[in-house]
Design a protein. Structure first.
Length: 431
């Protein structure tokens, strides 16, 4: 695997004659339309370009966005032609060190997320069992305890911002416990991950802070192993370096935190704004699962995922793909591809009826590992159920039009979810 040179030039943006300049007609992956009406953007992309769309990343760098369900399935199923090997990218010589999307796109690194082929499978052999070793009942107990703690902090007020007060802190607090952090480190890790995901000027510094948290954790668990994910990784018989442990822990935590937080907030938003899910607010547990599944189809937390890189020149969806081109996975767009929707309706199925053929967790060898999916589902569902049990008369505190989405084409979340409710006593007052 080739590592990009640290001595490459650092232009602010590629000049027009530069091979890094985006293709004519490329769609910029920025702007408010991705927050307000992403499906309208995807429909326009399909109309103008088909299932594989030339796009422009910040700085003018070119990529392809795969929005067709069949084409995305093809890309994620063919690890030989479309490996997740960022070292193949044909734009490295033009990428500045401070490019804001660099933490998301990544570099060739010895981690489960930024490695390919046999090296990726080596990491997966360690990480998978470490996640599977988490007791489902213990995870649910953690979720219930921490969700109650978060509700206790606001329940006497009668108002709350569910994103800041509940949806964002809950997953990272649970994940921090599972990997072995003490509770008091959870808040800083949550802020680090938010800074990373937003891709702003603080992303690089946040990445360094994140790594320091994980280095300290690995050292602590080597000295005092416990029943947690990190200790199980360290006990795995194959040899790994401290850097590899650190990077894998960063991947596990980062991939699980904000996506789960947005799954919770998007589900609650749906329940608060759509009559179809109103019974969820009155204790209808079946509707909680239905709302969560509908979100994975219609409003998935991860809309665009980086990425795959073409190993050689090829054709895809009517487009000519060059060796080293980046392909972004348009998970949110593929889930609304008219072809898959027609297939579902033709089989008498529906996206909101429990059908699990969505691509919200990606697909193929590099999809979100099944144990991680199960942990995320447990956190999200348990958190929502605890919240609705404790605050059964939740109402949206602002007009739907005033809700603001996260400013990202890649991630789909709500920045704030103000609610009002009848004040209730804390769990301490009830005992």
């Amino acid at each position: 695997m080739t590592r990009p040179s640290s001595a490459r030039p650092e232009p602010a943006s590629p000049p027009p004659e530069c091979p890094a300049h985006a293709r004519p007609g490329a769609v910029p992956l920025s702007g408010p339309s991705f927050q307000t009406e992403p499906q309208a953007v995807y429909r326009a992309m399909r109309r103008d370009h088909g299932p594989v769309v030339p796009v422009e990343l910040p700085g003018g760098f070119p990529a392809w966005l795969v929005i067709g369900y069949r084409e995305l399935h093809q890309v994620t199923s063919d690890g030989e032609l479309f490996p997740r090997d960022v070292g193949l990218w044909n734009q490295w010589e033009h990428i500045p060190e401070d490019w804001p999307l660099l933490p998301m796109v990544g570099r060739p690194l010895p981690s489960i997320y930024f490695s390919a082929g046999d090296e990726h499978r080596r990491h997966a052999r360690m990480v998978g069992p470490a996640l599977e070793g988490a007791d489902p009942f213990e995870i649910r107990n953690h979720c219930e305890e921490l969700a109650d703690r978060l509700v206790d902090a606001v329940c006497s007020r009668g108002t709350a911002d569910l994103v800041a007060d509940f949806c964002e802190p809950l997953p990272v607090l649970v994940l921090a416990r599972l990997v072995g952090f003490p509770d008091d480190e959870g808040a800083d890790i949550a802020q680090v991950l938010k800074d990373l995901a937003d891709g702003g000027p603080g992303a690089q510094e946040a990445h360094l802070r994140f790594g320091e948290h994980m280095r300290r954790l690995v050292a602590a668990k080597r000295a005092d192993p416990r029943d947690d994910v990190t200790s199980r990784m360290l006990a795995f018989p194959e040899a790994f370096t401290d850097e590899e442990y650190m990077l894998d822990l960063m991947a596990i935590t980062a991939a699980g935190h904000l996506t789960t937080a947005d799954w919770i907030s998007n589900s609650l938003r749906l329940m608060l704004t759509e009559d179809e899910f109103a019974e969820s607010m009155a204790g209808g547990r079946r509707s909680v699962a239905e709302a969560m599944n509908a979100v994975l189809w219609e409003d998935a937390p991860t809309q665009i995922l980086a990425g795959r890189w073409a190993a050689r020149d090829t054709q895809l969806g009517g487009q000519r793909i060059r060796a080293g081109d980046m392909l972004l996975l348009g998970l949110g767009a593929a889930n609304t591809d008219p072809l898959i929707r027609q297939s579902l309706s033709g089989n008498g199925a529906s996206a909101q009826g429990g059908n699990g053929a969505h691509l919200a967790f990606s697909h193929g060898e590099y999809r979100c590992p099944f144990p991680a999916q199960e942990i995320a589902e447990t956190i999200a569902r348990t958190g929502i159920e605890v919240l609705l049990d404790r605050l059964p008369d939740l109402e949206l505190g602002v007009a739907v039009a005033d809700l603001v989405r996260r400013p990202s084409a890649f991630l789909r979340g709500t920045t704030s979810l103000p609610v009002r409710f009848t004040p209730v006593r804390t769990t301490g007052d009830l005992s």
